[in-house]
Design a protein around this ligand. Structure first.
Ligand code: SF4
Length: 311
């Protein structure tokens, strides 16, 4: 058996920045510090930060008065920001700058009196945060499927759309096409909202799965971009498994497999991939091949007050 490693895979610039913010805030302020929602959707990362003294809360009101609070990479609504201020919190914002870009787009379009249609997954924290950029709470409408587009009954002259950053490129294009057929004047975002990391990892899996029989995706269940990677392989009629770590691999998945593909979602660290590689070597894989791929050079600066603090 041989294994092909997707390239690129794993950590994106937004995730690296978010983790660095939590680590430096811990170093600067000492434990405990509070993190609103899982800073990134990965069990391994969250557990490591818990061990260092981060406390993860789902509700901002669960943070005691005057404490350090970090907003997760997925971003937060205006209501959460305001509530953190009321609590006298020292806030560090780990929202990925590419999510902030979407928030700004939504706010800008609202000022221009557009109704914004957000393509995204209901209940995902990024979507909650983006919906929560609506000043009046009524000018952003969520669509998740083609059926949702069908049901839209809008007579607004000024319509615009935006998307969650971690969607399937192909599924989203279908929804955008349907929106454009239904509302020919709908405005597109100035620049693609699905982020570079999501696009690169999806394209890498498409390439990889031309040669692989099975795909292992390192990533947690609640990671949107990891789930989209699994779905790509499934759409290519291949078996694909989303696993948190090597311990979840089942021997039966590898029976009769000649080539296994491996990738990792944008919030999964490389150490988890290497543990899988070691496992496969120990179970009959004699060839490990790093695929060629797009080189990523994106880097996001951390907030100024934390820059002098060592990790
Ligand atoms: S997946 Fe994209 S939007 Fe999300 S944190 Fe990474 S770079 Fe930012």
């Amino acid at each position: 058996m041989r294994a092909l490693l997707a390239n690129p895979r794993g950590f994106c610039a937004g995730v690296e920045r978010a983790i660095e913010i939590v680590e430096r805030a811990l170093e600067s302020h000492g434990a405990p510090i509070y993190v609103h929602h899982e800073v990134v959707h990965n069990k391994f990362v969250v557990n490591s930060l818990k061990e260092k003294g981060a406390i993860f809360v789902e509700e901002i009101n669960d943070v005691p008065l005057g404490k350090v609070v970090i907003f997760s990479a997925h971003g937060v609504s205006e209501a959460v920001r305001q509530q953190a201020n009321k609590l006298g919190a020292i806030v560090y914002d780990a929202t990925c700058p590419l999510v902030t870009k979407v928030h700004k787009e939504v706010a800008h379009k609202q000022k221009q009196k557009y109704k914004v249609i957000l393509i995204g997954h209901k209940g995902h924290p990024e979507v909650e945060g983006t919906l929560g950029q609506s000043v009046a709470g009524a000018n952003v409408e969520l669509v998740e499927t083609l059926a949702d587009v069908d049901k839209l009954n809008l007579d607004n002259k000024r319509l615009a759309y935006t998307t969650q950053t971690t969607l399937s490129i192909d599924d989203t294009q279908q929804i955008v096409n349907a929106l454009q057929v239904k509302f020919p004047d709908i405005k597109a975002p100035q620049k693609e909202d699905i982020c570079y990391a999501t696009q690169n990892r999806q394209n890498a899996v498409k390439t990889l799965m031309q040669d692989a029989d099975v795909l292992l995706v390192l990533g947690s269940n609640n990671s949107s971009n990891s789930n989209r990677l699994r779905e790509i392989a499934e759409k290519m009629q291949k078996n694909a498994y989303l696993i948190d770590d090597v311990g979840e691999i089942q021997q039966s998945w590898l029976i009769g497999v000649d080539t296994i593909g491996i990738t990792a979602g944008a919030s999964a660290p490389e150490i988890l991939v290497q543990e899988v590689v070691n496992y496969l070597r120990a179970h009959g894989t004699n060839e490990i091949i790093e695929m060629n791929g797009v080189e990523e050079n994106t880097h996001f600066a951390i907030p100024k007050p934390l820059r002098q603090i060592p990790k």
